[in-house]
Design a protein around this ligand. Structure first.
Ligand SMILES: Cc1cc2nc3c(=O)[nH]c(=O)nc-3n(C[C@H](O)[C@H](O)[C@H](O)COP(=O)(O)OP(=O)(O)OC[C@H]3O[C@@H](n4cnc5c(N)ncnc54)[C@H](O)[C@@H]3O)c2cc1C
Ligand SMILES: NC(=O)c1ccc[n+]([C@@H]2O[C@H](COP(=O)([O-])OP(=O)(O)OC[C@H]3O[C@@H](n4cnc5c(N)ncnc54)[C@H](O)[C@@H]3O)[C@@H](O)[C@H]2O)c1
Length: 456
């Protein structure tokens, strides 16, 4: 048994910063990680996918090069080389993080699966760690930081246990390009991977319950549907009822649609909390989805146990998880009132913050809407990237900015202008009257906010 001042479970986005800060203060800290340091984002999430996306964007640009007067000859994608580049980048980042753990005084990095036996009085919690050789070690502490994240949710489809299927983890481990990738799920993961693999040369079919990007405004769904269809991706609206093996690889029965076949099957139907990995004796209170309930400074129902990152259900992104650690380390900051800005990295990307159209209609407020199609934005025209729309919603009475939806060139960065304004509580005339740079996408905010109309 070893005693620590604090134990961090999960080396994802939030826990390491808490561990490094405590170790620097001379406190004795253990970080327990069952997989690889860096969690989902570094190993099979944001970073490898955005590195791979860069290859897909280059392939797409090369195919369009002649439109810009540049002649490159036949475009051939070497998937092995593209994924090799990803692994080199990620391996380098991961070893940098591992070195930081290994070289930090007062910090022990423990590789194993942790179970929590929470002390309801908060005096002494026990963390039981199953090590790689199957043995168990016991850590005791007065402070536990849970940073255990999420994993892919596997949908209940008949026959699934009899066919090989992939989540993002196995997809990113492939060294050969699938000839036909069937993706179940039309959310962020399904769309980002679907477009990339199509651009690498796979046939791609997306089977999406509720259609693609189903949480977004209807026009955004339509633009993305048209874009994906134009790129040769087949979109099937429905939920598979049965999966089986076929000569090609897999075969899915989709009610009212028929049979969909492909060589590989990727499941991207949402995430589930890893709180169950902490064992049955944690004593933690969770909601119906397994997210650990916390107050605005991440305290759980167990005194001396805090939950940071995806596992607290207050965000589902690397930036929200990382910021949880930062907020926790800087009292009296709290997560209350956080404005979450986020992006889906299709090409072009979708940038989002605050309300969409339906939420604004349902809000009971008097809402004004300003929008322009990307085809009117000079920068987009100059770069021949005119797909998309820019939209901002504001409250007619209070002049609050309620939300923005930007699908188009550089939307992942551009939307942050609105996100910062919302977080700062800026009223829309301030953004309308600010001086933007020409020719940028952001220069259209004054135009949009100068021509607001009532939301129908
Ligand atoms: C394909 C994909 C693409 C994504 N792209 C983006 C993006 O572009 N931008 C973005 O902001 N977000 C993106 N995300 C989401 C982002 O990766 C997560 O929101 C983020 O990683 C959450 O961080 P976290 O620290 O809360 O958890 P995680 O990063 O998941 O870390 C949790 C860690 O806890 C460990 N763990 C769990 N249980 C135990 C246990 N019992 N014992 C020991 N260790 C344990 C896990 O092994 C893991 O390493 C993407 C996700 C996926 C899957
Ligand atoms: N760019 C980013 O920030 C980024 C990228 C990827 C993932 N992520 C994070 O990961 C999370 C999970 O992404 P995701 O794409 O797996 O989930 P999601 O919740 O975004 O989308 C899942 C989709 O699958 C559909 N679906 C569910 N069950 C189905 C079934 N049985 N058959 C057919 N369709 C079904 C749903 O209708 C939904 O549209 C995101 O919410 C996000 O937080 C973020």
């Amino acid at each position: 048994m070893t005693r620590y001042d604090a134990v961090v479970i999960g080396a994802g986005q939030a826990g390491p910063s808490v561990a490094f800060a405590y170790a620097a203060q001379g406190r004795r800290v253990a970080v327990v990680e069952m997989a690889k340091p860096g969690g989902t984002c570094l190993n099979h999430g944001c970073r490898p996918t955005k590195a791979l996306r860069a290859s897909a964007v280059v392939a797409h640009s090369a195919r369009r090069a002649a439109d810009f007067g540049v002649h490159v000859g036949e475009v051939r994608v070497d998937f092995g080389q593209a994924i090799g580049r990803v692994h080199t980048l990620i391996d380098g980042m991961r070893s940098g993080l591992q070195e930081s753990f290994d070289s930090t005084e007062n910090l022990d990095y423990v590789h194993g699966r942790a179970r929590l036996v929470g002390d309801p009085d908060g005096r002494e919690h026990t963390v039981l760690v199953t090590l790689d050789d199957g043995s168990e070690t016991e850590l005791t502490t007065g402070e536990v930081y849970l940073n255990v994240g999420n994993r892919a949710a596997i949908p209940p489809i008949d026959g699934l246990e009899e066919v090989p299927y992939l989540t993002e983890v196995e997809l990113l481990a492939l060294s050969e390009l699938p000839s036909h990738l069937v993706i179940v799920g039309g959310g962020y993961i399904g769309l980002e991977f679907g477009q990339m693999f199509r651009r690498f040369g796979s046939e791609v079919t997306i089977v999406a319950g509720g259609g693609i990007a189903s949480r977004e405004d209807a026009d955004v769904q339509q633009i993305l549907t048209d874009l994906f269809t134009d790129e040769g991706i087949r979109i099937v609206a429905g939920r598979p009822s049965r999966v089986s093996g076929s000569t090609e690889g897999v075969s899915l029965e989709v009610p009212d649609v028929g049979t969909v076949t492909g060589s590989h099957l990727l499941l991207a139907t949402g995430r589930r909390s890893n709180s169950d990995q902490l064992g049955p004796d944690s004593g933690l209170e969770t909601d119906d989805h397994g997210f650990v309930l916390t107050d605005d400074r991440y305290a759980t129902n167990l005194p001396g146990v805090w939950a940071l990152g995806d596992v607290n259900g207050r965000g589902a992104f690397t930036h929200t998880s990382y910021q949880d650690g930062d907020i926790y380390l800087h009292p009296p900051r709290t997560v209350a009132g956080r404005v979450t800005t986020y992006a889906m990295f299709t090409d072009p990307p979708l940038g989002r913050v605050g309300m969409g159209l339906q939420e604004a209609r349902d809000s009971g407020r008097r809402v004004l809407k300003g929008e322009v199609p990307m085809s009117s934005v000079s920068r987009a025209k100059l770069e021949s990237e005119t797909t998309g729309v820019m939209r901002v919603l504001v409250d007619a009475d209070t002049e609050e900015i309620l939300g923005a939806t930007i699908l188009g060139l550089q939307a992942d960065d551009v939307v942050q202008v609105v996100g910062v304004a919302m977080q700062a509580g800026v009223r829309y005339p301030v953004l309308r009257d600010a001086l933007p740079i020409h020719p940028t996408v952001s220069e259209f905010f004054p135009t949009i906010l100068g021509a607001l109309e009532p939301l129908d």
